[in-house]
Design a protein around this ligand. Structure first.
Ligand code: GTP
Ligand code: SPV
Ligand code: MN
Length: 592
């Protein structure tokens, strides 16, 4: 396979820097997969799982201090700090060369360096981007093979072009002290050292397809978003595609693979993507989306035949499991699994585990890596080069209170504001405390490769270029009652909420106008077949102006560091919300 001269030169440079013992150029073939799997097993990076029950599946345990994205060690290396903005860590390109580059010196001595070419986006699509990852982790190479279109297919797409993202990765010594994930949006380059985990190490995913791509999209007039994409088809055959931006571990995979409840007969779901969407205005004035990935790197805990049967079917073969619990018979388990844990479990660190220990058997951020093509609900059109047109977009997060089950924005600018002010209780997907409320604007705060104020401005510009923009909604599946219980059943039943939104997008569906947006009336959302009382529904839909007036202050604090860069449209929406809240009745309840 002819390889671009630019690639050869760069591989030579990196080889002399990292000094690997050997270099393996990946072609993406099945024979190569088998070779890499064997190598991984002999190195102890992978354990083969039960061949009958989990054919083609492997198990991996990552280092104890390397189990989630480390945002404090993630940097945007743009020319100026202002270009990275107040929500990103910034390092100057010079400083990165001084501080981070030396860590790569000789780091691959005695090891193999894999040259992993890959496409983000459908093969042959003019929207796709090519990357080449150089890595000394066979686990990473095998994961990239599932998550991207990897191998000769990427060399074909690249041809003699120099336009590819240079993704340099080494495990280093896995110490957080010497861990850096650096992005160079101007040089189209990524350096990652010291981690073998997920978003820190699979550089096509968050690093390329979000941080680098978002900066590119700003220059070229498109959007790279932390969004699922799914088609929803009514019994009458009306098909709408939607996207959902939810922060890490807040429900994208589950919504992307939703299975309609029995009482919603005839509804069908077409999965396109579960984590990342690239969106472009089309010639028809609509917004079109592609999924740049080829696999799912999904959260294991909570995944069951009850909550997400499509995911369970997807991960029954050819799947790599990371940091879940392991049974003696070579099967896997995690908290929330349908089956009982059994007596012979090893936890995610390889220690014997007992339910009464009070510890989790699987790490809360344990994951599966599985090919998207294995998903029973995968849409036949999931790899269409031009993507699918989007009717509605959903911003959602984990909020125990304040935020209703769903509400509809007044339009694109207000919808952008709803996304911009998204906040969520933190999860185990990133290191740090879990359950703390923090801003995660557009679910992109950890993934935006440039100043977020410019990013909101870019959203507002994109909206102006659309004659048929998607309707924008805010959702919250996670509102809790007095005992701390989730008030809404969630999962498949979320279709009831989506259905109301699609009705609204089509000019149907009833709503009450409130200060924050259009909220469903008490009976707007179909509750046939679920046990959600009027009182619970009222609580789910409750909008308390006092709580929102408080939220308004937090929003102002959040916007303040952006100074004059904050776009006028966002400021206007913040002021308009304040005004509506001042004239809102004290405690409105959803009307019948
Ligand atoms: P990333 O891959 O980290 O970007 O996460 P994601 O947004 O795809 O999250 P995912 O769908 O994997 O869900 C994370 C966790 O939330 C899992 O434990 C799910 O079981 C749980 N979850 C998802 N949807 C719902 C829901 O509707 N209700 C409740 N209560 N839990 C949910
Ligand atoms: C997330 O944290 O949002 C993920 C997993 O989807 S990772 O690939 O680690 O970013
Ligand atoms: Mn994600």
């Amino acid at each position: 396979m002819p390889v671009s001269e630019a690639v050869r030169q760069w591989v030579d440079q990196v080889s002399s820097l990292c000094q690997p013992e050997s270099v393996v150029w990946c072609d993406g073939s099945d024979a190569e997969r088998e070779r890499l799997e064997k190598k991984a097993v002999s190195e102890g990076a992978l354990t083969p799982l039960n061949k009958e029950k989990l054919p083609g599946c492997f198990y991996h345990r990552s280092a104890k201090g390397d189990v989630a994205r480390t945002e404090h060690l993630t940097f945007i290396c743009s020319k100026t700090k202002d270009d990275a903005g107040p929500t990103n860590n910034w390092m100057s390109p010079e400083q990165a060369r001084e501080k981070v580059l030396p860590l790569f010196k000789g780091t691959m001595r005695g090891r193999t360096m894999y040259v992993v070419p890959f496409i983000m986006g459908p093969r042959g699509s003019r929207f796709s981007l090519v990357g080449v990852q150089l890595t000394d982790s066979v686990y990473v190479a095998l994961n990239m093979r599932i998550m991207t279109r990897m191998g000769n297919v990427a060399w074909e797409q690249l041809g003699t072009s120099k336009k590819f993202t240079k993704c340099l990765h080494s495990l280093g010594d896995l110490s957080p002290e010497r861990r850096y994930i650096c992005h160079f949006p101007d040089e189209n380059e990524i350096w990652s050292i010291g981690s073998g985990y997920g978003g820190n190490a699979l550089l096509g995913k968050k690093c390329l397809a979000l941080r680098i791509a978002s900066a590119l999209g700003k220059r070229e007039g498109w959007l790279a978003e932390h969004m699922l994409i799914v088609g929803i088809e009514s019994p009458e055959g009306e098909l709408h595609y939607i996207t959902g931006a939810f922060p890490s571990a807040c429900g994208k995979t589950n919504l992307a693979m939703l299975v309609p409840p029995p009482s919603l007969k005839g509804w069908r779901v077409r999965t396109i993507g579960d984590d990342i969407a690239w969106l472009r205005p089309g010639p028809d004035g609509r917004l079109w989306a592609v999924n740049p990935e080829a696999g799912f790197f999904g959260v294991a805990p909570g995944t069951s035949r009850k909550t997400n049967p499509s995911a369970m079917a997807t991960i029954a073969r050819n799947t790599i499991y990371t940091n879940v619990a392991l049974r003696k018979d070579g099967t896997v388990w995690w908290e929330g699994h349908d089956d009982p844990p059994g007596a012979d479990l090893l936890d995610w660190q390889g220690q014997p585990w007992k339910p009464e220990s009070g510890e989790k058997a699987a790490h809360p951020n344990s994951r599966f890596t599985a090919p998207a093509s294995q998903c029973p609900s995968i849409a036949p059109e999931w790899e269409k080069p031009e993507g699918v047109p989007i009717s509605a977009m959903f911003f959602g997060a984990r909020r125990a209170g304040v935020v209703p089950l769903i509400y509809e924005s007044f339009g694109w600018q207000h919808g952008t504001f709803l996304g911009a002010t998204l906040a969520s209780e933190t999860t185990a997907a990133a290191t740090g405390k879990v359950g703390v409320l923090r801003r995660d604007s557009m679910a992109m705060q950890p993934f935006c490769g440039y100043n977020m104020a410019d990013y909101w401005a870019h959203w507002l510009e994109i909206g102006k270029s659309l004659t048929r923009p998607p309707k924008i909604f805010r959702v919250n599946w996670f509102r809790r009652g007095k005992e701390g219980q989730f008030l809404w059943p969630g999962f498949g039943d979320n279709l009831r909420v989506i259905r109301w939104a699609l009705d609204r997008a089509s000019g149907r569906g009833t709503a009450t106008e409130t200060a924050i947006g259009h909220v469903p009336k008490l009976d707007s959302i179909d509750r046939k077949g679920i046990d959600v009382s009027d009182d619970v529904m009222k609580e789910l839909l409750r909008v308390d102006p006092t709580e929102w007036t408080d939220a308004l202050k937090h929003q102002a604090d959040y916007f303040s560091p952006f100074g004059d860069r904050l776009p006028k449209g966002i400021r206007e929406e913040h002021e308009a919300l304040a005004k509506r809240l001042r004239s809102a009745p004290a405690a409105p309840q959803p009307a019948r």
